[in-house]
Write a protein that binds this ligand. Sequence first.
Ligand code: MEV
Length: 440
Amino acid sequence: MTIKTINGFSKLSKQEKINWLSQTFLGGNTQASNLLSLYWHEDSERQKRHDEFIENALSNFFLPFAVAPNFKIDGRIFAIPMVIEESSVVAAASNAAKFWLERGGFKTEIVSTIKSGQIHLNYSGQAQSLIEFFESHKKQLISSVDELSQSMVKRGGGLIDLILANESESLSDYYYIDARFNTADAMGANYINSCLETIAENFGMLASDFDGFGPNEQPEVVMSILSNFVPECLVRVTVSCPVTELAQEGLSGKEFAHKFVRAVDIAQTNPLRAVTHNKGIMNGVDAVVLATGNDFRAVEAGVHAYACRDGRYKSLSKAKVNQDHFEFSIELPLALGTVGGLTKLHPMVGVAMSILQEPSAEELMKIVATAGLAQNFAAVRSLVTTGIQKGHMKMHLLNLLSQYNAEESTKIAAVEHFKSNSISARSVAEFVASHQKNDQ
Ligand code: MEV
């Protein structure tokens, strides 16, 4: 039996790693291993940059980098970079951008930009002793990060406050220190975590010198980490227009607005629909977050937690008609950065930032939330008019044609044919087979 485990894998060269994989998991088949090296960048310095992002990098994984043009955000025009594999997303975003360009564009507002991290504690003594200790040492704990915060403070950020929370009724002996930060143009994860660990270390040292704790009742630091729940790092985006300007697909403006608002209300009420509704929003959000080198897992986690902040998972967007005026808006918690992390390391992120005219973190929050609202508008508009599959399958046609190895002439004929015929995996397969047979 082949031994499939290995020690010291990370120490092997890239080629040695690929050879080991090929022999151990691919039965010596060279097709996959050749493909891995085929996707290396021809410029070895560029490739090295990418290899250094993570451990055990073997190759690159391509996703399309696109732009959705014609976004009017607070009067400025943007082409928004998007990295995504789903065929209809960029087309839908572009379509919604154009639609709202002609109706005043997207209006945004930063609600707040506070992020937080927690030092989680175990403490079995009297609550009052911990409170006294904390309050009498709070200033010292805050100033313990002065040095760490120097450049962040210069950029307008820093540690704002420390608050002690007593959660011992929910979990025995559980308290935490909530640290609140402003991280300026950085996403701030490293800064926040470094501050928390420094505060925790000082907390431990000061606590051991404090004589107000009983024997064996020293508070213990369990862990210190930022929170990806950022309900106070919030951006709001709105579009609005007279209902009469919404007429489309055989529906009057009033009929369209009625169905659209109803669809959003359903997503406000029914979690079964809300999750898919919000997934449509995240199609836009994630694509821009990825293109700009931000942490999409953090954004996903934070956004979905926000969607159920009231204890029930709901739509992130709202729609209403007020005195014959249609209004559609979204509120998203977004911890994003335009400095630090991958933002200055990944060359394509540099391109994305240039296309966006070097936004600040707040501007990027507005752009990302706009992409989310646009995507949501496009999806719900399709759902309440033509249905989603018509547009989706049109965009998916080229993927299906490639999947069935269609030649170029077949692809051209298929695009023409499927303008008036319905697209399915089967109908495309049949078309390719019969077209290529007729061509022989
Ligand atoms: C597909 O990626 C996204 C949609 O399902 C979103 C929605 O249903 O609102 C179309």
